[in-house]
Design a protein around this ligand. Sequence first.
Ligand SMILES: O=c1ccn([C@@H]2O[C@H](COP(=O)(O)OP(=O)(O)O[C@H]3O[C@H](CO)[C@@H](O)[C@H](O)[C@H]3O)[C@@H](O)[C@H]2O)c(=O)[nH]1
Ligand SMILES: [Mn+2]
Length: 731
Amino acid sequence: MMRKGDDRFRAVHEDEPLFITGSRTGRVIAYRVFSASVFFCICWIWLYRVTAPVETDENRTGLVRFIWLVMLVTEIWFGLYWIVMQSPRWNPVWRFTFTDRLSRRYGDDLPRLDVFVCTADPVIEPPLMVVNTVLSVAALDYPPEKLAVYLSDDGGSELTFYALAEAAEFAKVWVPYCKRFDVEPRSPAAYLSCKASGFDSAEAEEVARLYKEMAARIETAARPGIIPDEARLKYGDGFSQWDSDATRRNHGTILQILVDGRKGNTVTVPTLVYLSREKRPEHHHHFKAGAMNALIRVSSKITCGRIILNLDCDMYSNNSKSARDALCILLDEKEGKEIAFVQFPQCFENLTKNDLYASMMRVGYDVEFNGLDGNGGPLYIGTGCFHRRDVICGRKYGEVEVEEEESDYISETEMIKALASCTYEENSQWGKEMGVKYGCPVEDVITGLEIKCRGWKSAYLNPKKKAFVGVAPTNLHQMLVQHRRWSEGDFQVLLSEYSPVWYGQGKIGLGLILGYCCYCLWAPSSVPVLLYSVLTSLCLLKGIPLFPKVWSSWWFIPFGYVTVAANAYSLAEFLWCGGTLRGWWNEQRMWLYRRTSSFLFGLIDTIKKKVGVSESAFVITAKVAEEEAAERYEKEVMEFGVESPMFLLLGTLGMLHLFCLATAFMRLVMTSREDVETMGLQFVVTGVLVVLNWPLYEGMLLRRDKGKMPMTVTVNSFVLALSACTCVAFL
Ligand SMILES: O=c1ccn([C@@H]2O[C@H](COP(=O)(O)OP(=O)(O)O[C@H]3O[C@H](CO)[C@@H](O)[C@H](O)[C@H]3O)[C@@H](O)[C@H]2O)c(=O)[nH]1
Ligand SMILES: [Mn+2]
């Protein structure tokens, strides 16, 4: 084990921790006061709904009473959800690491680190991108004999294997080059693109040339899908493992150690392994969770790193020190002992200035995750996370760590391959008590939660220099599908046997339970948002007032205050986190779109799954876009383009708000002026919804490019919205 001389150091360590945890008391107190004022007004609104007389003409009392009741219920929901949302703002903390102390204390005597990179589809996850990720971690600032990189290929693709084999060759130049010149970032593509203006040394030029040659070979092989014959000969050991009838869903285990740094092999490049676990149509493969578990077992017989880093194939390492940062927490002798995993935020390199699809989740990563950390630790979110191997395999907090001695013999490849077979997990605890959990579309969140319930904490690190950087969805549909999967998954966590509310009681603190609920309640929160927005618009159309009179009534105060204060605060928070005004506006739109499409479908998917009419699926997010679409993305023009039920819903809602506002406005002009007072707030709400929807109207009515809303969706939305409004008008 690596901690020789622990005792000798102990006295010194007491006042030299490897990390410290900070908080900002002043700001937190100010926030709590503000938060109390909002809460007061929320109660006032509840009171209004319960006590205020329903103003209406006699013929419609029954209907109006019912609408009033719905408004009451939704407002209670919003109020309670708001309370839940306070938990990640109540007690935020920040972690600071001391890598210099780590180096002084441990030198190169660091624990073994196994990096798992997952890929699943060579078309939407191009192998060149994947190997850039692999190369970036292979060049981490870490002793190469202690580091291993495993690529799990759920696509079972010869092309991906070929790309990795090429990368293994290139790594022999790249890794030493990075270390010698202290290069950042260490993904060759990212590094070379920021050096586009010219190189400062002959070595740099040589590396650039080699990279370009390798990239060209991989891309040529990708286009017609043909791998050069010399390569087939050179890496025959690997290629021979593909049967002639192998497909991505039906093939045996393929395992190839491309660089072997075990046992006395002196290496400059870390161990590099390609794994494509066995897949058979009759066995469920459990998506990424299945891949992770196969990796955990296979790596345990090859390098058996005590620490595991999990990365999606698009998330390259942007900061070569990140592993050391994480170790400052995991190796810290005091506080670090109770921390199971260290999560970094998901950052993206392809974001535009105003982040049209709100992919960055700015506030989530700059505010909420720090808040979760103060309450017991952030969620495990699948990528950019450093785990302790034995904890992910089931060790409880308080149990002693079993020190695994390196075995003297090197296991036979065939024996290791059996660990990645379809049948290996039958009648075992894998996917249940061991490894990453199965059966949930957010395997990461549920796994992290269960680890916390075993007594562990986690820590959140968000250094200025982004640790890992990936690719965010570049069109609306992909983003909505991704959120549909997440909202469905998070809701299933709530309903599962590991539910933070039921199972977590007594195991994790109330703050953290609420923190999890912020995300777990995404799917059900679609219903109140939908009801509230649609009712407000339809009642505006009908002339039924739902809110107190503007200015002339005391009851107006809480509504006015909550609306202004909540939005002003959310804008301020967004700007503090470095966002732009437009970015905030875009985020409000995505907030609405996610709730009225993704989350609703996520809710329906969950219900369908509960009653057993559908199976879970994992729609992989594409990491490439075709050229024209990419151009529109750069210009922040919203991309529709596909026919989708989610678009039909968004289109219908958008049209509905527009019709309602237009009708009410006409009535206002032609007849009574007093509407302004009684219907004022409704005009504001529907008006804001219409303005938010502007890009949607453009996409439906004004644009001609390929990214516009498909004609059928536009027509159907129009017809549906018009019929709804007509029905309501004559009700
Ligand atoms: O059957 C599968 C499906 C996916 N993946 C990999 O899983 C990763 C995540 O997939 P992606 O399509 O990029 O989904 P995202 O929604 O971007 O992923 C986020 O959300 C997922 C579910 O919570 C987590 O698994 C991810 O780590 C997290 O980054 C990718 O590297 C895939 O190659 C597999 O290995 N096998
Ligand atoms: Mn992704």
